[in-house]
Write a protein that binds this ligand. Structure first.
Ligand code: IVH
Length: 648
């Protein structure tokens, strides 16, 4: 079902429940939202401890585990076989169902005592409020993992960074933090997901399955999401093969974090027979962890480069070391404060971590390995490229080179401008851009569009054919949509999402350049930091000069509206005021935009319609005085559901 369909049905249900409260079902989706914030989370004692797992870091450790099993349970282990599952890197929860209804949810806590987060868990759409009919009627507990998908995690952190809020270190912290909110409305705004992996009947009732495989199948049947890629294996050799695939293939294809696999003896009877070690770890399961992405090496030198915004970024040159199959020579050091707080010195032995795609990071120095020849480090007082004295802005950890004409900044600016997410000019590697800058052919992005074949052919490494295609790629980038150009300019705080919102809202670069900070703030999803960044960029003569240079060279300044060009509100500008009977502001805006229209914040002569709800204020008066057509929600819905030609 689409979100729009869901929302429509949801509102209808809310209305029905308001009018017929006796019909409010205990598993109504309307109960997912609207609970009051709590003053604190109450403690929850688990009926059985929530266990942790022993680890196996390689196949050998896995085999040692099997040997222990066989010593205890003999041939039965081979008869049972194994189930392997993803080890979801989120936060564990226990969900209690009574009479198939979700009644209580708690975090793992220390394994014995967790926190009750029922109202928060209700907001997670993956958590069924009622299990399917085939589920047991008695009290059961389903355990599993709440997680935060990667794509939504990145979006959220990007938005938080834009808004000046602290970002989450990783999806696991984001999941745990979002779940432990006192205000369930905050949890509801986070796209948490859930996978179940175990079931127990605390009252000792028989459950209708005998193996972990059947248990997971039952969960699916009851409507509980179960993680993909699970595998039933007869032998440990099959498990090993699965674990290899997990680490080298599956892992990179997932939209959520895993920190390995979990291998479980499939038979639940044998699980019981094998039991738990020290009340903490089951003998019958083991976490098959990935090879650690941590290595020890020597920090040779701390160097500084200058970014396109002028930020001076310290980084470490390392003695090359292999981490997770990749040779690492450099690690980011972020800023001076971090180097000081970790007491990193040139010549130190350090622990280096590579987490997924992320740039390698230094975890900490290893002071025991110091010889006394290590050198403490301090940030240079001048830009390492142009020598201009560096400045530090209040409340910021970064130090900047303030010189707009700094060749270091220009180089990074060009690299960003041509990058895939921006103007996407293929064939311009970092080294080539460096070469163009050093040859004096290019200083800013505008210069790229004046490059001639003959000029390139004079440079080292340019052959006839490649040169032609590079010139063609540069030429082709002129017609990139405005959102890419806007992102490419490297305006402070304007990433690809903000660029998209701005381009779609204003339609042309000229409209953005002449917009006030207030006009920009009217764009949904754009906050003050971005608005100020945009205004500052275009009021700077250097920013304007670059724009005019790009214009004179024929770069496109408009955003196509192809998708909804033929929509019933194509080309129309609307302003919304007051409370609409059913649509929220966001929904009304989305409806209008989907029909090709645009929503702005204030009424002017160019406004086509004022969409007015109850308690409309000054905008209504202004619209009347300007003779703007005033419509209500019903009019709007009629218009968007009609063909383009009938729009007034
Ligand atoms: S089984 C029976 N299965 O890993 C013992 N745990 O390190 C543990 N986890 O706290 C539960 N995915 O939160 C199990 N497929 C999976 C899991 C899984 C993630 C977590 C769980 C537990 C932690 C133990």
């Amino acid at each position: 079902m689409s979100d729009a369909q869901y929302d429509k049905l949801f509102r209808e249900l809310q209305e029905l429940e308001k009018n017929f409260p006796e019909c409010l079902a205990p598993d109504s989706p309307t109960l997912r939202i609207g609970a009051e914030p709590q003053s604190q989370l109450s403690k929850h004692e688990h009926l059985r401890p929530m266990l942790s797992l022993a680890n196996a870091f390689d196949d050998e450790e896995l085999r040692a585990w099997e040997e222990r099993l066989v010593r205890m349970a003999g041939d039965d282990v081979a008869k049972s076989g194994y189930t392997s599952e993803l080890k979801i890197d989120g936060t564990a929860v226990a969900l209690t169902y009574e009479n198939q209804l979700f009644v209580k949810g708690a975090t793992r806590g220390n394994g014995a005592i967790g926190e009750e987060v029922t109202v928060n868990l209700r907001t997670v759409r993956d958590v069924p409020l009622r299990l399917h009919e085939s589920a047991p009627k008695g009290r059961i507990e389903i355990r599993g993992e709440i997680y935060f998908p990667f794509d939504r995690f990145e979006q959220m952190n990007e938005a938080r960074a834009r808004a000046g809020d602290p970002v989450f270190a990783n999806p696991r912290n984001a999941a745990a933090g979002s779940l432990r909110q006192l205000d369930p409305a905050i949890t509801a705004s986070r796209p948490l997901r859930f996978f179940g992996y175990s079931v127990a009947a605390p009252d000792g009732e028989e459950l209708p399955f005998e193996t972990q495989t059947e248990l997971l199948d039952a969960l699916v049947e009851w409507g509980v999401p179960v993680a993909p890629h699970r595998k039933r294996a007869k032998t440990l050799a099959e498990v090993e093969k699965w674990a290899y695939e997990l680490e080298h293939k599956i892992r990179s294809e997932l939209n959520f974090a895993i920190d390995g696999g979990v291998v479980k003896v499939d038979s639940l009877h044998i699980q019981e027979e094998l039991g738990v070690i020290g009340g903490r770890e089951p003998r019958w399961a083991i976490a098959r962890k990935f090879a650690p992405d941590i290595a020890e090496t020597k920090l040779l030198k701390i160097k500084v480069n200058v970014g396109r915004t002028g930020a001076l970024n310290p980084y470490a040159e390392l003695e090359p070391v292999e981490i997770g199959g990749v040779i690492v020579k450099l690690a980011t050091l972020h800023n001076e404060d971090l180097i000081i707080s970790k007491d990193l010195r040139e010549g130190d032995w350090v622990q280096v971590k590579r987490a997924g795609e992320v740039i390698p990071q230094i975890i900490a120095p290893i002071p025991e390995r110091r010889t006394g020849s290590e050198k403490p480090w301090s940030m240079p007082k001048n830009c390492p490229v142009c020598g201009t004295p560096a400045t530090r802005e209040e409340d910021e950890a970064a130090i900047y080179c303030p010189n707009i004409a700094c060749p270091g900044r220009q180089l990074e600016g060009l690299v960003h401008f041509t990058s895939r997410g921006a103007m996407d000019i293929r064939g311009l590697s970092y080294a080539r851009i460096q070469q163009l800058v050093e040859a004096g052919l290019v200083r800013d992005p505008g210069d790229l569009y004046a490059l001639k074949r003959e000029q390139l052919l004079e440079l080292e490494g340019y052959a006839d054919k490649g040169t032609g295609s590079l010139i063609a790629a540069i030429e082709a980038s002129k017609s990139q949509p405005l959102q890419r150009l806007l992102h490419a300019l490297g305006i402070r705080h304007v990433g690809s999402i903000a660029a998209q919102l701005l381009a779609q809202h204003f339609g042309t670069l000229d409209a953005i350049m002449s917009a006030s900070a207030d006009d920009i703030l009217n764009v949904r999803g754009i906050g003050a930091t971005i608005a100020n960044g945009v205004v500052a960029y275009f009021s700077d003569p250097a920013g304007r000069a670059l724009v005019e240079k790009l214009r004179s060279r024929g770069v496109n300044f408009t955003e196509p509206r192809a998708v909804v060009a033929g929509g019933p509100l194509a080309g129309k500008t609307l302003v919304i005021t007051g409370t609409l009977p059913t649509l929220s502001r966001a929904k009304a805006t989305a409806t209008i935009e989907a029909a090709g229209g645009r929503v702005t914040g204030s009424v002017s002569k160019s406004t086509d319609f004022l969409l007015a709800g109850e308690e409309a204020g000054s905008k209504l008066d202004k619209a009347k005085s300007l003779g703007v057509t005033i419509i209500d929600e019903a009019d709007l819905l009629r218009r968007v559901n009609s063909p383009a030609t009938s729009t007034a």
